[in-house]
Design a binder for this molecule. Structure first.
Ligand code: KIV
Length: 272
């Protein structure tokens, strides 16, 4: 699928679904479920690599996991979901040349067809313009941008009029710079609705309400595998408990005399 197809989906009112994957098992599941786009998000730092934030994940780790995601697909190439990779922290903040090299490295060595990056500061806009000119499609990301966790925390963004105006302005700048879609994270839903109407490119929400052109979720949150889920990403099933119980039952069968651990693994509170 080409980025233009997602813009066409918006035009015809067909909702877009994006799910994350981090390895070949998860990408096979997400492909089978029918997601339009698979995002190899830098959330894999927390979901799969055990980091406390998204900041530590490296470009080579994103590439390593993207290659695994690509190997997990089972459909013919033309029917596979589009793969978008996050550009990790510091791979695009240190100049346009470095950003082109980083994004090009991902697209050259995996099946990824686009990159996502956070923010809309003048330096980021210049990077996006350059990437798009070089033939690298870019998805933007505004609102709660986890790479800025040390400035923003994990709080809901754009609660006041000024910051809403700022996001509106930034989103128009991202569209002008050539982004083919915009992820909007953890902002009031009426702001998402206003953006959806103003922009020609699809607005993909996460914690931004229903009035969006599509939704993106961290798959591990949605299936309850992570120990903490943000309030806007309620799990559909309690994956962790289901898996632990199934494995406990199997272990019990192997040696029935052993005691089952009393403290079952539990979902914890959220940082959001
Ligand atoms: O890294 C990620 O998974 C993301 C989504 C939350 C949109 O950026």
């Amino acid at each position: 699928m080409l980025p233009a197809e997602l813009i066409r989906f918006k035009e015809i009112g067909r909702s877009i679904t994006i799910l994350t994957a981090w390895d070949s098992l998860s990408s096979a599941i997400v492909e089978a479920a029918g997601a339009d786009v698979v995002l190899v998000g830098d959330s894999l730092a927390m979901v799969a690599l055990g980091h406390a934030t998204t900041l530590p994940v490296t470009l080579d780790e994103i590439l390593h996991h993207t290659k695994a995601v690509c190997r997990g697909f089972t459909r013919p190439l033309s029917e596979q979901p589009m793969v978008v990779c996050d550009l990790p922290f510091l791979s695009y903040q240190c100049g346009e040349d470095k950003a082109v090299a980083a994004a090009g490295h991902l697209l050259k060595n995996s099946c990824a067809a686009a990159v996502k990056l956070e923010g809309a500061e003048p330096e980021v806009l210049a990077v996006i313009e350059r990437l798009v000119r070089m033939g690298i499609p870019v998805m933007g990301h505004l609102g709660l941008t986890p790479q800025s966790v040390h400035c923003l925390g994990y709080r809901r963004q754009a609660e006041d009029k000024n910051s809403q105006q700022n996001i509106l302005f930034q989103s128009l700048k991202l569209e002008e710079a050539g982004c083919f879609a915009l992820v909007l994270e953890h902002v009031p839903s009426d702001l998402a609705g206003r953006l959806r109407k103003k922009l020609k490119i699809p607005v993909i929400g996460i914690g931004a309400g229903e009035d969006c052109d599509g939704q993106v979720r961290v798959t591990a949150d949605l299936i309850g595998l992570t120990s903490k889920q943000p309030p806007f990403s309620k799990p559909l099933i309690s994956g962790r408990q289901l898996f632990v119980k199934a494995l406990q039952d199997w272990i019990k069968q192997q040696h029935p005399q052993a005691k089952t651990p009393t403290k079952a693994i539990s979902q914890q509170g959220s940082d959001y």
